[in-house]
Design a protein around this ligand. Structure first.
Ligand code: GDP
Ligand code: CA
Length: 325
């Protein structure tokens, strides 16, 4: 079985960890990671979502923080701060810096981000084929109001420094119009037996992946069922600040609103099936109205066992959809 997952960082990586527990060696899993969070810092190319995926699946993640390396130290960050070097708000750990140094050196030698990601994964052996959504530079910027004036800040600055505490008026993906899918991405969708949209942020994680030319069309064209897992439980994002971002953009924060935003493949959208939490079962009629096959199952990935069960429920829905069509 071939499974292709379009993913952001923490939510997607946690889900894929459970998916691998569920399928074992019975499936080839390809993960297409969002790269619109990427940022150049101190001359280093940092890819937060790819690294969260790589460290989570490869066993190097700080399990409590859920980003960056375990057993991390912060000497580089402290030394940069002692020079007054800006920005000071990004968590650049010493171990993590080695990843960014290797990546940047390879990029500057002419390798593509796809090549670099493959090379980094030799060390981490994440158990999946990890692909960036594109080899082109794409950066999400968030339009905020600053002292009565509108300005755009890099998504990382909005998320990490501002903690999403000021309203987002708009989200702009700089470079997206010129971005082509990375090698292997369209094939991974076309040749998959199941495609999954895990519980990742719909606007700033899955949004950029779907906005890369050809990817949404590939989802509409694939023979595989496409199923998604809601990142929203009740009226909020489970962890983090996604609800503030969505509210600022004027989007309703609910499982069914995210489903409606993705839309049914039969009606020009990208999904066939959608999982909501059991506590959101009352939203299933809205999901059905959107043309999607909905199910209510526990969506909270509180430990490896519940996450694995969620992955099994996701594959079960895909199987049901697949056998009907
Ligand atoms: P990021 O790139 O690191 O922000 O990670 P993602 O975009 O992949 O995922 C972030 C989203 O995951 C959050 O906005 C939450 O809505 C969602 N999330 C986090 N934990 C859980 C969970 O246990 N269950 C579900 N259903 N969603 C979760
Ligand atoms: Ca991210």
């Amino acid at each position: 079985m071939r499974i292709t997952v379009l993913s952001g960082g923490i939510g997607g990586a946690t889900f894929v960890r459970g998916l691998l527990d569920e399928v074992g060696d019975d499936a080839d899993v390809t993960v297409v990671g969002n790269t619109a969070d990427d940022i150049w810092l101190f001359g280093l190319k940092v890819c937060p979502d790819l690294d969260t995926l790589m460290y989570t699946l490869g066993g190097g993640i700080d399990a409590e923080r859920r980003w960056g390396r375990a057993d991390e130290t912060w000497s580089v960050k402290e030394e940069l701060a002692a020079y007054g070097a800006q920005p000071t708000w990004f968590g650049l750990g010493d171990r993590d810096v080695a990843t960014h140094l290797v990546r940047t050196q390879m990029l500057q030698a002419g390798y593509s981000l796809t090549d670099v990601t493959r090379a980094l994964c030799v060390r981490w052996d994440p158990g999946v084929t990890l692909l960036p959504m594109t080899d082109h530079r794409v950066e999400t910027h968030v339009v905020v109001e600053d002292g009565g004036r509108r300005s755009a800040v890099h998504f990382q600055e909005y998320w990490v420094r501002m903690r999403a505490s000021v309203p987002a008026h708009d989200v702009v993906m700089i470079g997206i119009d010129d971005a082509e899918p990375a090698p292997g991405v369209l094939e991974a969708i076309a040749e998959a037996d199941v495609v999954v949209l895990p519980p990742s942020n719909p606007v700033v994680s899955i949004g950029p992946v779907l906005a890369v030319r050809g990817i949404a069309d590939a989802l509409r064209a694939t023979a595989a069922p496409v199923v998604g897992v809601s990142p929203i439980i009740g009226g909020g994002a489970v962890r983090g600040m996604a609800d503030q971002l969505l509210t600022g953009l004027g989007l309703e924060v609910s499982a069914s609103a995210v489903a409606t935003r993705y839309g049914a493949r039969a009606r020009g959208g990208v999904l066939d099936g959608w999982l909501v939490d059991t506590s959101d079962a009352s939203q299933l009629p809205v999901v059905a109205e959107a043309g999607l096959e909905g199910r209510a199952v526990p969506l909270y990935m509180s430990d490896p066992a519940t996450t694995r069960t969620l992955a099994a429920d996701t594959l079960a829905l895909a199987r049901e959809i697949g056998t009907r069509s």
